[in-house]
Design a protein around this ligand. Structure first.
Ligand code: NTF
Length: 789
């Protein structure tokens, strides 16, 4: 029934899709191309039906056949071709691009296996990883386009200024339709699959039974698109990752230029008037040198002409300021894999350094400045082996460089890329992230949506989220409050059933649902959350039954995957599970505290958890989380946030007001002094922190978690001494949690805050973000597909 429903929906989409291609072709507008190594599309069925405005019709039709839409859609596999926020942002952006009728496509890779499926070992609490064979039962949404295919070259050498490649595969297009909401526009997500190139198949070797030689190119092709982020600990792993990145860039740039020509364009100096290429983080950086290569070596442009147009065509979004996450590749590896590109990158570098030196001389830099710069230069020259720093290449090549939240964009300018900012301040922008209100409110939470539509007076809020403000006028109205609470309770019930099904844990529905879901990382500080829970548990154990009965009952829910080789993150998962096993089975505690780790966090699970949430945690060390986007989804669904002044939290708090946000922790400028204080041995932790660590060490949760706790103390051999300042923020966190408990006990007050949260979530609509990209970076305008006559 799922296959049949999907086919029927697809049929309805194909007409819109074809009309969109044809209309864009005819109008020949400037078009934007979003290049991303990651997309977290989640399920397509409900989204497509919802965007087409046919939810009622399909529900009815399925009911008459003895099915429910919910059951049918729940068998769809999640397209999980991404890690986390960056990939989901790309998917939200496509939804908004289509909804705003903008002429733009997405480009990505069609990995055979998505991000691993996560399980939990019942006995040890450890994370388990399984291959995610998402295409196992087919994918009714994609259309293979074997006629759209490009050669992708690797290795070889440069002969007379041109590349003579050593190996080749073919990139073949697979397109998925991305329907806009309440519009005929339906754009494409084009994902490249690697296939062996027939010219490389060594038939003679095969017939001589030398299968290894003859199958070489076939194996290379199947490796290229096997998995997202193959381990890059070895040189082979690095080469594979870089090859993937290059394949995305080369195939996409070839396709973009082919389309440009097909539409009758021919003046290369005006390419940027028709094409904008957005690089989603540094993974697609090679788009710039690839464009240069094609323009010079295939199209015959001079260096100057090619460079002039390239730097008006590509733009770069930065998504992280964590130094270890800023990609760099060994220069000799790039040279071996892509010899011609390395030449181009070297020349870009030389010309940039020369022009920067000129700019500096012209400015007659102050003496101290000069000294500092000389020192920096020396450091970079001394790096061995030499590296290609992708973000630097992006900053030099890009027409625009943007961060993803106001505070993040400031950090990018003031620290991460300050040298570049001083040279070309006009390139730097902010584009605060957003999420699609279709998937993340209207479709995933029909219960709350119905209440919103009733009280706002119409459903215009599904696109124009500023309409949600009208809810604020009624925030204390008992009737709205009752309906609001009923919707939340209905979602908590669904969530409770799901938790029971997958973990066998019974959670009480009248407890506060407190959720932290995101990739497991030290900077995101799930560790702080679980230590706070441990402290709470310890306190409760010391209470008399009468005192205990006064506690605000909580269900603490975690979800998220730890990267396969990230040992410390995996230990945090194990600690959470072990704490859960003890607390959940403690008869003294009963329903007052439950700790649940829901395995295999993905888009669908988020759609179940977020509508049920009452409190959510966004508690990264200030200055580390570029934006966060789940915070926006939680806010839209009437969930209150406990959080630090980091990423988009800052702007969310501005919108909801400080009364409706549980703030704690040190601020970004206080972070370095706090680290220095630690390093100098002057930090004195709060007694509650020390007590909590001692409690874990006493073995209450089975293992003593020595390596994990050691990382917080900077013990010899264990990590970097609480680099993310869990100890520093612990007291302030506990105090914020006390304020949460007090607030939750006042049910009317809490509901009012919940309504206010949703009411002022309008800013975080990805339609707003995309409108800004379109106007302020891409320079594209809506191109609305007309109704069929
Ligand atoms: C992520 N970056 C950031 O960590 C999030 O704060 C942000 O919300 C999303 O990007 C989307 O902008 C990454 O995943 C990466 F890859 F850059 F580290």
């Amino acid at each position: 029934m799922y296959q049949a429903t999907a086919q029927s929906v697809r049929e309805g989409l194909v007409e819109r899709w074809n009309d969109t291609y044809a209309h864009f072709h005819k109008e020949n507008p400037k078009q934007a191309y979003y290049l991303s190594m990651e997309y977290l599309q989640g399920r397509a069925l409900t989204n497509a039906i919802g965007n087409m405005g046919l939810t009622g019709e399909y529900s009815e039709a399925l009911r008459s056949l003895g099915y429910t839409l919910e059951d049918v859609m729940s068998v769809e596999r999640n397209a999980g071709l991404g890690n986390g926020g960056l990939g989901r942002l790309a998917s939200c952006f496509l939804d908004s691009i289509a909804t705003l009728d903008l002429p733009a496509w997405g480009y990505g890779l069609r990995y055979k296996y998505g991000l691993f499926k996560q399980g939990v070992d019942k006995a040890t609490g450890e994370q388990l990883e399984y291959a995610d064979d998402w295409l196992e039962v087919g994918n009714p949404w994609e259309v293979a386009r074997p006629q759209v295919s490009y050669p992708i070259s690797f290795y070889g050498k440069v002969v007379n200024g041109k590349w003579a490649p050593g190996k080749q595969v073919r990139a073949v297009a697979y397109d998925s339709p991305i329907p806009g909401y309440k519009t005929r526009n339906c754009i494409s997500l084009r994902m490249w699959d690697a296939q062996p190139s027939a010219v490389e198949f060594d038939l003679a070797a095969f017939n001589a039974s030398d299968y290894e030689t003859s199958m070489g190119p076939t194996n290379l092709a199947s490796m290229l698109c096997a998995v997202l982020y193959p381990g890059d600990g070895t040189r082979e792993g690095k080469a594979l990752r870089l090859s993937q990145q290059y394949m995305l860039c080369s195939a996409s740039v070839q396709d973009i230029l082919a389309r440009w020509k097909e539409r009758g364009n021919s003046d290369w100096s005006k390419l940027h008037e028709k094409v904008a290429i957005q690089m989603n983080d540094t993974h697609p950086t090679l788009a710039a040198p690839e464009l240069m290569r094609i323009l010079m070596d295939d199209e015959g442009l001079s260096w100057d002409d090619a460079w002039a147009v390239t730097k008006k065509t590509v733009a770069y979004t930065n998504h992280t300021v964590m130094p270890e996450a800023l990609e760099k590749w060994p220069l000799d590896l790039v040279e071996e894999l892509l010899p011609r590109h390395m030449e181009i990158i070297k020349r870009i570098d030389e010309e940039f350094i020369a022009s920067a030196a000129k700019a500096k001389a012209a400015k007659a830099a102050k003496k101290d400045d000069k000294k500092k710069d000389d020192k920096k230069k020396k450091e970079s020259e001394e790096e061995k082996p030499a590296m290609v720093r992708m973000a630097n290449l992006c900053c030099i090549s890009g027409m625009a460089i943007n961060g993803v939240a106001a505070i993040h964009s400031e950090i990018v300018k003031d620290f991460t890329f300050n040298d570049f900012y001083k040279l070309f301040p006009e390139k730097f922008q902010n584009k605060t992230n957003g999420v699609t209100p279709r998937r993340w409110l209207a479709f995933c939470n029909p219960q709350l949506s119905a209440v919103i539509t009733k009280w706002v007076g119409n459903d215009k809020w599904v696109t124009d989220t500023d309409e949600l403000r009208k809810l604020a006028e009624h925030a204390t109205n008992p009737e709205l409050q009752a309906e609001w609470k009923a919707a939340k309770l209905a979602r908590k019930k669904i969530c409770k059933d799901y938790i029971k099904k997958v973990t066998d844990i019974d959670v009480p529905i009248d407890s506060m649902f407190d959720i932290q879901v995101k990739r497991i990382h030290e900077y995101k500080r799930q560790f702080l959350n679980i230590l706070g829970i441990i402290y709470r548990y310890k306190q409760m154990k010391a209470m008399t039954p009468e005192e205990r009965a006064k506690c605000v009952p909580r269900v603490c829910i975690f979800g998220g995957k730890a990267y396969a080789t990230y040992t410390q993150a995996k230990r945090i998962v194990r600690l959470i599970n072990n704490v859960g096993s003890v607390v959940n089975n403690d008869p003294e505690i009963g329903d007052l505290l439950k700790v649940v780790f829901v395995p295999d966090y993905n888009v669908s699970l988020a759609e179940t958890l977020i509508p049920a949430s009452e409190l959510s945690q966004h508690i990264s060390t200030a200055g580390t989380e570029a934006s966060g986007t789940s915070n926006m989804k939680f806010q839209m669904n009437g969930c209150l946030i406990i959080g630090t002044l980091d990423g988009a939290n800052v702007e969310i708090r501005e919108c909801v007001g400080d009364d409706n946000f549980f703030l704690f922790g040190i601020t970004d400028p206080e972070v370095e002094p706090a680290r220095a204080e630690r390093a100098a041995g002057k930090f004195v932790p709060d007694a509650r922190f020390t007590e909590t660590l001692e409690y874990v060490r006493s073995g209450v949760f089975g293992d003593k978690f020595e390596e994990l706790l050691g990382s917080l103390e900077g013990n010899e051999g264990f990590g970097r001494g609480d680099y993310f300042l869990v100890g520093k923020d612990f007291a302030s966190y506990l105090e914020a949690q006390e304020r949460v408990d007090v607030a939750y006990a006042d049910s009317m007050g809490w509901t009012e805050s919940s309504i206010i949260s949703t009411a002022f979530s309008g800013k975080f609509n990805s339609d707003r973000t995309i409108d800004q990209y379109a106007k302020e970076i891409w320079g594209i305008k809506p191109c609305t597909v007309p109704e069929r006559k």
